[in-house]
Every structure is written in structure tokens, then in C-alpha cells.
Design a binder for this molecule. Structure first.
Ligand code: ZN
Ligand code: ZN
Length: 483
């Protein structure tokens, strides 16, 4: 008896505001007696009380640490994940390698050299070229908004360092970051076109602490590649204050990243085979790679833990759901969704067997909305999934979901997708920083998210439904991408 009581008690102690979930029955030995809705409810209760999400994210971030794409560290994490998934009892556990252009961080240093010498806290943006060994010293031109840089005439930044000081807006769904993303991704080439010798940004973050946020950027073909870096918010404000007092601010920037050439990354795949329609796939993903400044706990160790827990709880049911659940831990998400593109290419032939796909790549949650992109947003099975999510505090969102960054390439090939929208008001406080560590993860939050994912995943795999007929074209979906 005690074993049956504990999960419900655990959920109660966690303070989840759902009476229905805490009162869920345990999964019975004779599954035929239980409706899918009752099984889902019991799975949610188990997730709320589970130690597994914290165990996985703790082990990944502690034993493996940072997992920069295409490095030995990322490969070690993939081997670790494969062994862990096998130990948890998954089927068809495998690595699917692909190649990419490697990048390694080097020394990174910046200082104000005029009017008065002062150190700055800086980090290189991913794929940035190096400065000359002695660094670049030049006058800084500040752009309050990115649009102001784009308005600057050709040649106007000749010999200067461009600095975009625009702030990232704190929004629950991360859309503030979506709007600011081009500052980091595209700004270096825009500055170079206008003659700049280096490019710096106010970190894409929503805090005022003295650490910088890294993240990928891309050079335009045919444009001179200049070094690109992010400063901490207080450092940018220091430069702005000096400039506001009428000083010409000079900065010296030294970055020594290197390019090891073509390297290998990999996706890690595991399955719970379906009992009736094993060739039909419900895909739940997360990404295993991380930036190298922290240990990748919120981005995206949490996601790895959430989807693995969801699939594991379903795997342990006395009766499998009808469809196959496929867990994909993508590699090299941070460098432009390279694992996602490799997966979509390698599995092109079975894309029409992907019934629904989603990802957990926006921190630890909790989940507050259920968004879809399906032919019929009022499909009876979608309604049943929503009804099962409501007791967890999740409302029915829109039908313009993107599925998550790594799901994009699949969605482009016609796969219906959903988003379990994760509370992201604090996500960009630590995203891509040295502060993205296990200390940020709260058991109560990550367990609610695991409960939402197991509820969705189980019902999507058990309930009948074809969500792609008459698939509506609604553009590119909601901007929840965060690579
Ligand atoms: Zn991520
Ligand atoms: Zn990221």
C-alpha cells in the first residue's frame, strides 16, 4: 500500500494546484480496465513525484559538464546518454553521426583603453574569427538600437568597433529574445559592410549581472569576417555613460578562437516501440549539446531530463501505447540546428510516419499552455489531450506552434507539431552564460514539466488521429526558437 500512496503524497507535498492529478489512481495490473485518460492521469502523478528528472539533469551537468558541439565533450555526453537510455530499458538506442565545421573558444579579453583604462567582461560569439594576436584597439561607435546600425551609411564605421546596446525584453514566451536574435546572429556582417573592424553587442539577456551571454552568429558570404563578441549588460552601460559625458571611448578586444576544420557531432535516438502501430512515431526531442561557459542545465539538460523521464514512465507501463515513442537528443543545436537538419535528411523517407513532434528546449518550465499546429485544432484527440493537461495548470493555446527549434526542419517537411509552452520569464537571465548550472533547476518546476510531457506523449501515442490532413499553411509559427 505504501508504494501506492507515496506518489500521490509526493505530488501533494510539491504543492501542485491540481486535485485531480494528486488523486490519480496508480496504474493497474490489468491495463484493459483503464481508459487512456486514466492512464495519463496516473502517469502525470508519477512524474510529479519522480526523482528521475533531477537525477538526469544533475548527472549530465555534473559528470559531463559543458558539451560544446563537435567536441570530444559532446561525444562523451552522447556515449553517456546512450548507456543511460539502454540502462533505462529503451529500444533501438543508437548514435547517428554527422559532420560540421568545428569552432573552439580561445582567450577572450576586452578593456576600455580610453579615456581611462578599465577591464570589461566579454565573450566571443560562436563562429567568431580571431582578432590579430595583439588584439584590436579602436574607437567604439554605439548604436542604441540595432535598426540604427542598419541605417548607418556604408563606410561610416571605417576603422571603428560597432557596439549595439539594445536590450532584450523579458517576455514569458521568449519572444523578446526572438525579436533581438538578429542582433547577435547577423550584426557582425552588417557592421563589417559599413567598415567596422570588430562587432560587440549587449548580451542577449534579461538580467543586469556582470556576465556575458554567448550564442551563435553567422557571417554573410562575400563580406569581410570581423571578430564578434558580447559584453555583460553593466559593461555596456559603463561605455554608454562615458560616451554620454562626451568622451571618445576606445576599447581593446582580444579573441583567439580557432577552427579545427570538419568535426563530427551526433544525434542520440531511443525508442519505446508501439504495440499496434510500431511504424508510427510520436517524436519528443531535446538537445544534448550546450555552450561551454556554463554546464548547460537550463539549455538544455533540463529538456534531456524532461523527455527522457516522460518516455521512461511510459516504457514502464504494463501495456505500451499503440504508437512508437521516439526520443531524439539532438547534437549541435547551438550552431544552427545542425542535428535537426541531419535528422530530417536521414529520416526523410519516414517523415509521413511522424504523427506528431515536439521538443523541450526552453528551460525547466512549468508548462502553461498547449499549442498545436495540426489540421484540425478541435480534433477529438487534441481535445482529450488538452483535458488531461488542464489539471496541471495548462491552458489551450493557439494553432501556430513551431514545435521547438530542432523540430523546425521536420515541420517544413509537413510533420504536425505541438508546443508545451514553458514559462520563460527567467530563461534569459542565465541562457548561454556561466550561470547556466544545476543550481538554477528546481525540482517542482521540472517535475510539472515532465508531467505535462508524459501526459501529451502517452495520449498522442495511444489515441487515434491523423493530424496532417488538410494541414493549414500559417507561415512559420510562433517564435520560440532559442539556439
Ligand atoms: Zn537550447
Ligand atoms: Zn541555446
Amino acid at each position: 500500500m505504501r508504494n501506492h500512496i507515496l506518489p500521490a503524497l509526493g505530488a501533494l507535498l510539491l504543492g501542485v494546484s491540481s486535485v485531480a492529478v494528486t488523486a490519480a489512481p496508480a496504474v493497474a495490473a490489468s491495463p484493459a480496465a483503464q481508459s487512456p485518460d486514466a492512464v495519463a492521469q496516473a502517469l502525470a502523478a508519477k512524474a510529479l513525484a519522480s526523482d528521475l528528472p533531477m537525477q538526469i539533469v544533475t548527472d549530465l551537468t555534473t559528470e559531463l559538464g559543458p558539451r560544446l558541439a563537435g567536441t570530444a565533450a559532446e561525444k562523451r555526453a552522447a556515449d553517456w546518454a546512450k548507456a543511460r537510455l539502454e540502462k533505462l530499458g529503451f529500444e533501438n538506442v543508437r548514435l547517428e553521426p554527422f559532420t560540421m565545421a568545428g569552432w573552439l573558444r580561445g582567450e577572450e579579453k576586452a578593456e576600455i583603453t580610453g579615456p581611462t583604462p578599465q577591464p570589461l567582461v566579454v565573450t566571443a560569439l560562436g563562429t567568431s574569427v580571431a582578432t590579430p594576436p595583439e588584439g584590436i584597439e579602436a574607437e567604439v561607435v554605439i548604436f542604441k538600437r540595432y535598426a540604427d546600425l542598419l541605417d548607418a551609411p556604408a563606410g561610416s564605421l571605417k576603422g571603428k568597433i560597432a557596439l549595439v546596446a539594445e536590450q532584450t525584453v523579458r517576455v514569458q514566451d521568449g519572444s523578446g529574445y526572438g525579436a533581438a536574435g538578429q542582433i547577435r546572429r547577423s550584426g557582425a556582417s552588417e557592421a563589417a559592410k559599413r567598415g567596422a573592424v570588430a562587432y560587440m553587442i549587449r548580451s542577449l539577456g534579461t538580467h543586469d549581472h556582470r556576465f556575458p551571454h554567448t550564442g551563435s552568429q553567422t557571417y554573410q558570404d562575400g563580406v569581410t569576417k570581423i571578430p564578434a563578441a558580447a559584453l555583460s549588460p553593466p559593461d555596456v552601460e559603463q561605455i554608454e555613460r562615458l560616451a554620454a559625458k562626451g568622451h571618445t571611448v576606445k576599447v581593446k578586444l582580444k579573441l583567439t578562437p580557432s577552427n579545427p576544420g570538419t568535426v563530427t557531432s551526433q544525434n542520440v535516438i531511443a525508442e519505446v516501440k508501439g504495440r499496434e502501430k510500431p511504424d508510427e512515431i510520436i517524436l519528443i526531442g531535446a538537445h544534448l549539446d550546450s555552450w561551454d561557459l556554463g554546464t548547460g542545465a537550463i539549455d538544455d539538460g533540463a529538456g534531456v531530463a524532461i523527455v527522457t523521464t516522460a518516455a521512461k514512465l511510459i516504457r514502464d507501463l504494463p501495456q505500451r501505447p499503440k504508437r512508437t515513442i521516439r526520443v531524439v537528443l539532438f547534437g549541435a543545436e547551438e550552431y544552427g540546428l545542425l542535428g535537426a537538419k541531419a535528422y530530417a535528411e536521414a529520416h526523410k523517407a519516414e517523415m509521413d510516419k511522424h504523427i506528431l513532434a515536439t521538443e523541450a528546449d526552453f528551460g525547466q518550465g512549468p508548462v502553461y499552455a498547449f499549442n498545436t499546429r495540426v489540421a484540425d485544432p478541435k480534433h477529438p484527440s487534441i481535445v482529450r489531450i488538452q483535458n488531461a493537461l488542464t489539471p496541471l495548470g495548462i491552458y489551450r493555446g493557439d494553432n501556430a506552434a513551431s514545435g521547438g527549434p530542432d523540430i523546425g526542419p521536420m515541420m517544413q517537411l509537413g510533420v504536425p507539431v505541438v508546443n508545451l509552452a514553458l514559462e520563460g520569464s527567467d530563461y534569459f537571465d542565465t541562457h548561454h552564460t556561466p550561470d547556466d548550472t544545476i543550481d538554477r533547476i528546481e525540482r517542482k518546476r521540472i517535475n510539472q514539466t515532465a508531467a505535462a510531457y508524459v501526459t501529451f506523449t502517452y495520449l498522442a501515442a495511444e489515441l487515434d488521429g491523423d493530424y496532417r490532413q488538410k494541414l493549414v499553411a500559417e507561415g512559420q509559427g510562433t517564435a520560440t526558437g532559442s539556439n
